[in-house]
Design a protein around this ligand. Sequence first.
Ligand SMILES: [Fe+2]
Length: 534
Amino acid sequence: MSRFTSTPGFSRRRFLALGSGFSLAAALPVAGLSAAPARAEPRFSGDPFALGVASGDPEPDGAVLWTRLAPDPLAADGRGGMPGYKVPVTWQIAEDPGFRRVRRAGVEWAVPELGHSVHAEVRGLEPDREYWYRFRAGRHVSEAGRTRTAPAADAGIASMAFAFVSCQNYPDGHFTAFRHLAGEDVDVVVHLGDYIYEGGGQGTVGRGHLPAREIHSLADYRVRYGQYKLDPDLQAEHAAHPWIVVLDDHEVDNNWADGLDGDDVGGAEFAARRAAAFQAYYENLPLRRSSLPAGPHMQLYRRLSYGTLAQFHVVDTRQFRDNQACGDGRQFDCDDRLDPARTMLGAEQEAWLLDGLTRSRTTWDVMANQIMTMQGDSAEGIEQAFGMDTWDGYAAARQRLFDGVEKRGIGNFVVVTGDAHRSVAADLKHDFDDPASATVGVEFLGTSVSSGGNGSDQDEWGRIWLQENPHMKFHNVQRGYGVCEVTRESWRTDYRVVPYVSTPGAPVATRARVHVTAGRPGIREVEQLAVPQP
Ligand SMILES: [Fe+2]
């Protein structure tokens, strides 16, 4: 990667100087992957920046800047309308939206082997401040995105804010939540999985999946990402904040686990599908090169900190888990779920997580997680029924985690979670069947952006959950996202909801404000707020 301490503009002369004066072949490591010929002055059939821009994994000195050249993102061959050569893409990042004070610039190869994606890892920026970035390819300049670096690791910042979001099934509804999220004053957005869905559903709101069948090949996954990323609300959100992303199941296949797909079929065929899905995920999200997949393997668990105030432990609950117990689904009597030999994170990641909690010096420790950590009994009365895909299906692994949190004296443990398409705020209990047992932390389960369609304020499932699970303090089934305001003394999660997603343009409202006090594990107060009904 080339870096410039001067402030090159996007003048044609400067760009050509980059192209001829620099050895482009040596410009970045990824170029070594590409056997394709280079074309410094490419011509495109349309706007190569149709999929927008994004930034991610903010550090105190930089972030990842992302784009993917695709003048025809829905081209069935998965090449996005791009020719088979590699293209140099220049980027610049400035202190102002007008790009008068450019602080860094460079050039990256967009190579056909990686879907002409660009992941520029910028260094040398100031901590805890906002920047604007953009790209140029040939004669085309992208829209500008806004990003924000993290505070220095030892900075005693007084507050930070982040949003958490998940589950955007395109055929199920409009991404209105993203449009509203783009206007929120948050430092970073944490995406907890189900960025795409792999099925062929067509829905009823005129947003049928492309291709119109379940996807398996790299070309399929690329087209699917192309379709999602053409959504203007999603693009607006990416351009507004840096994201921290992690995948769940639907980026590959419903309820896959380690080497098995959702139907428990493994082998070479699923390995190839997983590799294709991982590659397309990497190509389309602002991930660091350390997450570049190697076949069906991808390094996603990682840690990001916001000064001494908060630390995000991003976990990967798909790649290393044992298969779902008792045939998956919802089960009444499944002893296997209690087997201490079962793992959710895999031994290595579990040790990494507990080690990180041991070393933690931040006020808050946040686990960015995919599937429900709290117990969720969904059977009325004395019987209990649990979902086998969540931490309930890995109950001993959950107990090891909670014991670890307690033993280490982690006083402010917060889990944010996706997957369930409903919002729940809950206390995490040492023993969920004993309400008098110690409270280990708090979980904020976030609803979906669109999965499940319009939703409702309450439903029968939620009524039973609240009745059977006294640790659950708030429940709602509307679409939206969560916003967390974090200070030294307190934590507040606002559940923002939209009343419908079947048509665009729904207003957003705060359905509940959930308060936690630092040093006192558990939910202190839930402010229930009335929101306009559709
Ligand atoms: Fe989902």
